[in-house]
Design a protein around this ligand. Structure first.
Ligand code: SAM
Length: 200
C-alpha cells in the first residue's frame, strides 16, 4: 500500500465516523492531499462560509467540478445545508484508481445538459461554488444558465504560483460584486463570495 492509498484510507475511515475536523486538522498539509481535495478549510473558514450563506439567504450549494466531493461533504456536515456536486463524466470516475466519492456526484457530459440546467435554475437560494475550477469556457456556460445571485470561488491568490480559471479575485464580469473573502490559514488560498448585481 503506498502513501496515497494510506491517505485515502485514513480519510475514508474518518469520513465513516463523520469526523470532518480530524480530516482538515490532520491532512491539510499532507503532500498528497490534492489527490482528494485542493483546499482543506479550517473551522474558522467553515464558520465564515456558514455566516455568508446566512447573510445572503442561501439554503443550499451547487458545487461545480467538485472532484470526489470531500469539501462538499465537510461543508454539509458543518452547516447542515444540502450540497450537490457536479463533475464532468470521464473514464477517470469509472476507473479503479479513482478516489472514493464522499457525496453522490451528478456526472455530466462536457456539454451542459438539461439535468444540470435544472440544478442551476433550482432557485434563488442556491449558491454556486467553484473550488479550484480550471475551465473558463465551461465556467461561462454554467454562469450563463445559473439563476441565483451568489457565487463562491475558492482558489489560489496571485502569489501562490498555481493557476485556476476563474481566479478568486478580479476575474469575473462586472455583473458580480465582491461580497466578502477569507484566506485559508496562511496558504494563499482564498474563499471569495460574490453577489450578482441586480439590474432593476
Ligand atoms: C482541480 S480539480 C478541483 C476538484 C475539487 N473541486 C477540489 O477542490 O479538489 C477541477 C475539477 O473540475 C472538473 N471539471 C472540469 N471541467 C468541468 C466541467 N465542464 N463540468 C464539471 N466539472 C468540470 C474536473 O474534472 C476536476 O475534477
Amino acid at each position: 500500500m503506498d502513501v496515497q492509498d494510506n491517505l485515502v484510507n485514513s480519510i475514508v475511515d474518518l469520513y465513516k465516523d463523520g469526523n470532518w475536523k480530524e480530516i482538515v486538522d490532520s491532512y491539510h498539509d499532507h503532500p498528497d492531499r490534492n489527490k482528494v481535495l485542493w483546499v482543506f478549510p479550517t473551522e474558522e473558514n467553515l464558520k465564515f462560509i456558514n455566516q455568508c450563506l446566512l447573510e445572503l439567504h442561501c439554503s443550499q450549494i451547487l458545487s461545480i467540478g467538485c472532484g470526489c466531493g470531500l469539501l462538499e461533504w465537510i461543508i454539509n456536515k458543518f452547516t447542515g445545508l444540502p450540497v450537490t456536486g457536479v463533475e464532468v463524466d470521464s473514464a477517470w470516475w469509472h476507473c479503479k484508481y479513482a478516489p472514493p466519492t464522499f457525496i453522490p456526484l451528478l456526472l455530466t457530459p462536457e456539454e451542459i445538459n438539461e439535468d444540470v440546467i435544472n440544478l442551476l435554475q433550482s432557485g434563488i437560494e442556491t449558491a454556486l461554488l467553484f473550488c479550484y475550477f480550471n475551465n473558463r469556457p465551461a465556467f461561462e456556460e454554467y454562469i450563463k444558465h445559473y439563476s441565483g445571485n451568489v457565487m463562491i470561488i475558492i482558489g489560489p491568490g496571485y502569489g501562490k504560483g498555481v493557476h485556476t480559471d476563474p481566479k478568486p479575485f478580479g476575474d469575473v464580469s462586472n455583473d458580480w460584486q465582491l461580497y466578502k473573502w477569507q484566506e485559508v490559514r496562511n496558504s494563499q488560498d482564498f474563499i471569495v463570495f460574490y453577489q450578482k448585481i441586480s439590474k432593476n
